[in-house]
Design a protein around this ligand. Structure first.
Ligand code: DGT
Ligand code: CA
Ligand code: CA
Ligand code: ZN
Length: 572
C-alpha cells in the first residue's frame, strides 16, 4: 500500500472521530496523515527496516498509531477503521468534500435521511428534503447543491490544449525562483495525452518550504488540498489540481520517470529491472543498497538496456519491447512542420483574412499554407459555391504575387454529401492545389452507410486529404460510427492522405488510429484547423498526437518542402 493510501485511511478516521465530537484525536490523526504523505520513503520500507520503533520516528506517530500502521502493512486492513465504517457506512471523504458539509452534518444526514453518498445527497437536496433538518434550512440546501455542482465540474478532465499554456507558465515561474535548481512537468501533461486529469510538477530545491510557500500563494490557486515539504497539492481557479513534488537531486530522473508514468509503462520498466536483479522505484535504480542510476532518465533507460523512450510513447503499447531491441524509429519532432493545410478565413467562418493568416504562419516559420474555407452546403458558415471558390483562387493568385517568404495554396474543405458525392463540381476541384473532404452533416448514419459514404468520397480523384476522419469533438461530440480500418485501407488504396487535426478539442485521428495508418503505410498531414491567427500555434498538439501514434517525419507529408509535398498528392 502506498503512503498516500495509508494517509487516506487516517484522514477518514479523523473525520469519523470529529463526527463523534472527540476533542483532540481528530487533529492527531490528520497530522499523521500529512506526515505520511510527506515521507520520502515508502512507510513499508521503514517498517521492514525497524518495525514500530522505526515508525515512531515519523512526526505524530506513537505506539498506538504505530501499531495501526503495522496492521495496515501486514493485513492491508485496519479493524479500527473498518468498525467505524460499519457503524456509519457513508462515503465520508466524498461527502465532506462538498462545501459546507462537515462530519457532523454527515451524521445528521445519515441518521435522519439515510444518506450514504454524494448521489443520495443530491437527490435529497433536489427534492427539498434537506431544508427540514435541524440546523440546515433552505439556504443550506441551495449551498449543498451548488457545492455538488462545483465538485462535479472539478472532477472532469481537461483537454491538453486548455491547460498546457498555464502549466508551462507555472513551470517557468518556478524555474525563475532562486531556490529552485530544476523543475519539470511530469504525468499525463508530459506524455501529452489528449486530456489531463491533474498536472504534476517536480522540482529540485534545497529550500522546499520557500518553494511550497510560493506555490500555494500563486494568484491562480483557489484551494490548498495539502502542503508538505516534499509534496503540495492545490486546486487552481480553473478547477484543475496541480501537484508539486520536491525531490532530491540524485533521484530526480527516477522521480521524473516514475511520475511521468504511465502506470503501465512503470510496471513494465520495473519488471525489466527485476529480470536484471535490480530494483526500480521513484528514488532510483538499485542493485541491493547501491544506487546504479537515478539522476537522469537517460541513465536509467541505459542501465535497463533500453534506448530512451520519449514520454509521448510511454503507454506500454509495445514501446518497451521496441526500445529493448533498439527498434524505436526516429519520430517526428516538434518544429518539423513546414506547412499548415487546414485554414479558414473571413471568406467563410474564420476571423482573419487570407493575408493575416499567411502573415502569422510566416511569422511562425511555416513555408506554405492551404486556405481551405468551407463549401456551400455548410450554409451557416457562408460556405463557398463554385463561383466564390473561383473568385477566391484569383484573390490568392494576387496575394501570392505580393507576398514574400510564404506560399498560399488554393484549397477547400469540401463537404461529403450524404450519398458520398462532394458538394463542389469536379471541374472546379481540379483547379485547386489541395482538396480536403469532410463529413459535416448526417453525423448519425449507421456504421455501414457512414463507412460507404466516406469510402466513396475518398475515391474521388481530386480528394487529396480526408479531414476530420472521426468527427469527434472532445467532451462535446462522440465520433461518428465509422469503420476506421476500412478507411485506412481505402486511404492506402486510393492514395488519400489522412488528417491529424491539431485543434485541441478535435485531435482526430486518435493515437491508435495514427499507429494503424502508419503501419499500413498511409500518409498523414498535421494541420491546425485554424479559424483565427491564434490557432496556428496549435500545430504542436498535432505533432504531439502524431508522436503518440508513433509517426515518423516521413509519414507526415507537410514536413516536406512545398514541391515535394505537392508531388505526393493525388493530382500533381
Ligand atoms: P492523469 O492525471 O489522470 O491525466 O494521469 P497521470 O498519468 O498524470 O496520473 P497521476 O497524476 O495519477 O499520476 C502521475 C504518475 O504517477 C502516473 O502516470 C504514474 C505514477 N503513479 C501514480 N500512481 C501510481 C501507482 O499506483 N503505481 C505506479 N506504478 N505508478 C503510479
Ligand atoms: Ca496527472
Ligand atoms: Ca497527480
Ligand atoms: Zn470552420
Amino acid at each position: 500500500m502506498r503512503n498516500s493510501d495509508i494517509a487516506q485511511i487516517f484522514r477518514e478516521i479523523a473525520l469519523y472521530l470529529e463526527m463523534q465530537e472527540e476533542p483532540f484525536k481528530p487533529r492527531a490523526y490528520e497530522k499523521v496523515a500529512y506526515a505520511l504523505e510527506a515521507l520520502e520513503e515508502p512507510v513499508e520500507e521503514l517498517y521492514k527496516r525497524g518495525g514500530i520503533k522505526e515508525l515512531r520516528n515519523i512526526p505524530g506517530v506513537g505506539q498506538a498509531i504505530g501499531e495501526k500502521i503495522e496492521e495496515i502493512i501486514r493485513t492491508g486492513k485496519l479493524k479500527y477503521y473498518e468498525d467505524l465504517r460499519k457503524e456509519m457506512p457513508v462515503d465520508i471523504h466524498g461527502l465532506t468534500a462538498i462545501e459546507g458539509v462537515g462530519p457532523k452534518s454527515v451524521k445528521v444526514l445519515y441518521e435522519q435521511l439515510g444518506i450514504k453518498g454524494v448521489d443520495d445527497l443530491e437527490r435529497a437536496a433536489r427534492s427539498g428534503k434537506i431544508r427540514g433538518l435541524p440546523h440546515f434550512g433552505e439556504k443550506m440546501e441551495q449551498k449543498i447543491l451548488k457545492g455538488i455542482e462545483f465538485l462535479k465540474q472539478g472532477s472532469g478532465r481537461f483537454p491538453l490544449g486548455s491547460v498546457l499554456p498555464l502549466v508551462a507558465e507555472i513551470e517557468e515561474r518556478l524555474r525563475g525562483l532562486p531556490e529552485v535548481e530544476a523543475v519539470t512537468v511530469a504525468g499525463s501533461v508530459r506524455r501529452r495525452k489528449e486530456t489531463i486529469g491533474d498536472a504534476d510538477l517536480l522540482a529540485i530545491s534545497s529550500k522546499p518550504e520557500r518553494v511550497m510557500d510560493y506555490f500555494t500563494s500563486m494568484p491562480e490557486v483557489m484551494h490548498v488540498h495539502g502542503k508538505g515539504m516534499t509534496k503540495t497539492m492545490v486546486k487552481l481557479k480553473n478547477r484543475m489540481d496541480v501537484d508539486l513534488r520536491v525531490v532530491p537531486k540524485e533521484s530526480f530522473g527516477a522521480a521524473l520517470s516514475y511520475f511521468t508514468g504511465s502506470k503501465d509503462h512503470n510496471v513494465a520498466l520495473r519488471r525489466i529491472a527485476q529480470e536484471k536483479g535490480l530494483k526500480l522505484n521513484e528514488y532510483g535504480l538499485f542493485r541491493g543498497e547501491k544506487r546504479v542510476a537515478g539522476e537522469t532518465e537517460e541513465e536509467i533507460y541505459k542501465a535497463l538496456g533500453l534506448s530512451y523512450i520519449p514520454p509521448e510513447l510511454r503507454e506500454n503499447q509495445g514501446e518497451v519491447e521496441a526500445a529493448r531491441k533498439g527498434k524505436l524509429p526516429e519520430f517526428i519532432a516538434y518544429g518539423d512542420l513546414r506547412g499548415d493545410l487546414q485554414i479558414q478565413t473571413t471568406w467563410t467562418d474564420g476571423a482573419n483574412s487570407i493575408e493575416e493568416m499567411a502573415g502569422e504562419a510566416k511569422r511562425l516559420g511555416l513555408e506554405y499554407i492551404a486556405i481551405t474555407d468551407h463549401t456551400k452546403s455548410l450554409a451557416m458558415t457562408g460556405g463557398s459555391d463554385e463561383k466564390k471558390l473561383l473568385r477566391q483562387m484569383e484573390a490568392i493568385d494576387k496575394i501570392n504575387k505580393s507576398l514574400k517568404g510564404i506560399t498560399i495554396l488554393k484549397g477547400a474543405e469540401v463537404n461529403i454529401n450524404k450519398d458520398g458525392t462532394l458538394d463542389i463540381k469536379d471541374e472546379v476541384l481540379g483547379k485547386l492545389d489541395v482538396v480536403g473532404i469532410a463529413v459535416h452533416s448526417h453525423f448519425n448514419l449507421p456504421r455501414k452507410e457512414m463507412t460507404e459514404r466516406i469510402i466513396k468520397a475518398m475515391h474521388n480523384p481530386h480528394a487529396d486529404i480526408l479531414f476530420h476522419p472521426t468527427g469527434r469533438v472532445i467532451q462535446k461530440r462522440e465520433p461518428y460510427d465509422v469503420d476506421m480500418e476500412a478507411v485506412i485501407e481505402t486511404a492506402k488504396e486510393t492514395g488519400t492522405v489522412l488528417e491529424i487535426d491539431a485543434y485541441p478539442d478535435r485531435l482526430d485521428l486518435k493515437d491508435e488510429h495514427i499507429r494503424k495508418a502508419v503501419e499500413a503505410g498511409v500518409k498523414l498531414v498535421i494541420d491546425s484547423d485554424a479559424h483565427s491567427v491564434n490557432h496556428i500555434r496549435f500545430l504542436e498538439f498535432g505533432v504531439a498526437q502524431a508522436r503518440r501514434g508513433w509517426a515518423k517525419k516521413s509519414d507526415v507529408l507537410n514536413t516536406r518542402p512545398l514541391k515535394e509535398f505537392l508531388r505526393c498528392l493525388k493530382h500533381p
